[in-house]
Design a protein around this ligand. Structure first.
Ligand code: G6P
Length: 608
């Protein structure tokens, strides 16, 4: 949530900051702002509600002269409405600051430093700026350390002091921050995507550390008054600039849907050894799969729905309890996990704050933690006992697509490896399972190739205020993600229901022409699902049926059909996911909405 960028060096700062903010915009896009250290050493601010484009236009009019250092911010509002005044940066005396996170004790700080009459915005961030200004007596490090001693909450800050031209300070507590020293200057950002035009080498700012950027060096300090003993490990980006560009696609989401087959190959193939799933290159030992007596899966949003599919795959084979929890709930429960539990944490970004808190709780309970994460070096990846990286490359569209598929691919492999080491599968069964997993890749390609047909299907729901998704068993687990995808980007109220549960209430909402997207790919419940479809059809529903290619369907049952290739029942989630993603995409497109940056959402949720 919120994108942060800072730059100091020989190049023109406004261009770097504005381009960086465009790359970070998916983290929040309520407003944007920059602060520049101008040639006379004065700091000039420009901030505007709306997208970075608005800020760019505003800067063209407002900023003249050259600047070689500055900071920039895209906001996802938490405290205070979406206004120019509440946009970052915030100025207080000599201090200019941008913030990602939440300062929980901002009321107490306001009272303690008598700030009431000085605050011009409604933000917790301005309270931090004013407090820092109160503490500043000419030594930035000392003032920042004192500030940190007073703050409660999660934050990363990027700070300029008007009497320290060309120098930028940043501090990180929970909220993510990466930094790089490059031949074109020193820079930092809340996400790598803003840095890759300038460097492939970066480091993750350690928590509770301060970084100081001068034009050609990045210094790292701990919170005592010394340099950090160990300079953080320098990491290398393993994807190129193209991966973060649209490359001819009209939207990132459509591009990322198309990238799924490749992402699946990248995630699965390096982990196949002698035809079996193998995690030795990931450093994941078999004993973590052998010794547990339960599996607890924890995640948020789409990642949580991937966990629900994984549970349905794992439990019948492993015959041990597998529980899926929403991270924001799990952390406030008293979970029944202990040293014998394997806790699987799923997160595309590796930074979702509730998921991170759940990971820390699981570790406190003594459980072994395995993270399925896409972003290399992210906090969850670094703090878990073991990491299984998915190799989707950067996912830029706010609605998650390829990250979901590869999370599933990784989880299917974990399930298979666990079944093998726990002797629930023979080698032959495990090899067959893996073969079936690989078969889904051409099946996904097949569905993506049906996009024009799916566009037509979507045109039938564009006008509807509500859409229902139904399915049984695994098909129900897929429906949950389908409904989430549709509501996220089309703003149509969409809900998923277990098909057998409909008649216990929800069927009251079915009337003439209400679209019902019915998924029926699971043979053992197929006829039951078909009966449930008939029940809604009899009440006038408009049926969009997703079934396998070879299914024999009564011609009066469905108004429209999408046929997926005939993969084994346990694997239909992959082609079905592609179909549901495309339905959501074309519905949003048909409604002329902002597909990649839907209202109120953000890609990386780093506030509770
Ligand atoms: C946000 C995103 C979702 C994502 C969820 C969890 O809500 O908009 O697409 O599924 O966070 O994110 P994570 O990075 O932990 O997978």
């Amino acid at each position: 949530m919120c994108g942060i960028i800072g730059y100091t060096g020989p190049l023109e700062a406004p261009k770097i900051l504005l381009e960086g903010l465009s790359a970070l915009e998916y983290r929040g896009y309520d407003s944007a702002g920059i602060a520049l250290c101008m040639e006379d050493s004065k700091i000039c601010l420009a901030k505007k509600t709306g997208k970075v484009k608005n800020l760019e236009e505003y800067c063209k009019k407002m900023i003249s002269g050259s600047a070689h250092s500055g900071i920039g911010h895209t906001r996802w509002a938490t405290h205070g409405g979406v206004t120019d005044v509440n946009a970052h940066p915030h100025r207080a005396g000599k201090v200019v600051l941008i913030h990602n996170g939440i300062i929980e004790n901002y009321h107490a700080l306001t009272d303690r430093f008598h700030l009431q009459d000085r605050l011009i915005s409604q933000t917790d961030s301005e309270v931090a700026a004013q407090t820092l200004n109160e503490l500043y007596t000419g030594d930035p490090l000392e003032a920042i350390r004192s500030l940190i001693g007073l703050l409660e909450g999660s934050y990363s800050f990027c700070i300029m002091f008007e009497d320290q031209p060309g120098v930028i300070y940043a501090i990180r507590n929970i909220s993510p921050l990466v930094a790089a020293s490059t031949p074109s200057g020193s820079m930092l950002a809340s996400d790598l995507t803003a840095l890759i035009p300038y460097t492939r080498q970066y480091f993750v700012v350690p928590e509770q550390h301060i970084v100081k950027l001068t034009p050609y060096k990045v210094h790292v300090y701990n919170l005592d008054d010394t340099f950090s003993k160990d300079y953080p490990e320098i990491m290398t980006v393993n994807w190129n600039m193209d991966a973060a560009m649209k490359n001819g696609f009209p939207h990132f989401m459509l591009k990322e849907i198309h990238e799924q087959p490749e992402a699946m190959r990248n995630t699965i193939l390096p982990r196949v050894s002698k035809g079996l799933p193998c995690f030795s290159d990931d450093g994941i030992p078999d004993h973590i799969f052998e010794n547990c007596d339960q599996v607890q899966i924890i995640a948020c949003g789409t990642a949580m729905y991937a966990g629900m599919v994984a549970r349905a795959i794992m439990q019948p084979v492993l015959r041990i309890p597998i529980t899926v929890s929403i991270a924001s709930e799990f952390r406030y429960e008293e979970p029944l996990i202990d040293e014998k539990s394997l806790v699987i944490i799923i997160s595309q970004s590796g930074e979702t704050i509730d998921t991170l808190a759940a990971l820390r709780l699981a570790q406190k309970c003594g459980s072994t933690t395995l993270a399925v994460v896409n972003v290399k070096g992210s906090t969850i990846a670094r703090e878990s006992d073991y990491v299984l990286y998915t190799h989707a490359g950067p996912e830029i569209a706010v609605a998650s697509t390829k990250a979901y598929s590869v999370q599933l691919a990784a989880l299917y492999m974990v399930s298979c490896r666990m079944a093998l080491v726990r002797k629930k599968y023979t080698k032959e069964q495990a090899a067959n399972f893996l073969g079936e997993l690989l078969d889904v890749i051409p099946a996904m390609e097949n569905v993506i190739a049906q996009k024009e047909h799916i566009r037509d299907v979507a045109s039938h729901i564009i006008q509807s205020p509500d859409v229902f998704f139904i399915g049984r068993g695994l098909d129900y687990a897929f429906s949950l993600e389908g409904a989430l995808k549709l509501k996220e980007i089309s703003y149509i109220h969409s809900e998923a229901y277990a098909a057998g549960e409909l008649k216990h209430g929800t069927i009251a909402l079915i009337s003439d022409q209400v679209p019902v997207i019915a998924i029926a790919t699971q043979q053992h419940v197929y006829s039951k699902t078909i009966s449930n479809i008939r029940e809604v059809k009899a009440r006038g529903a408009y049926i969009i049926l997703l079934v396998k290619e070879n299914a024999v369907v009564d011609e009066n049952l469905a108004d429209l059909q999408i046929r997926i290739p005939d993969v084994a029942d346990h694997f239909t989630v992959f082609p079905i996911a592609a179909a549901l993603q495309l339905i959501a995409y074309y519905t949003s497109l048909g409604k002329h909405l902002d597909v990649d940056q839907p209202r109120n959402l953000a890609k990386s949720v780093t506030v509770e």
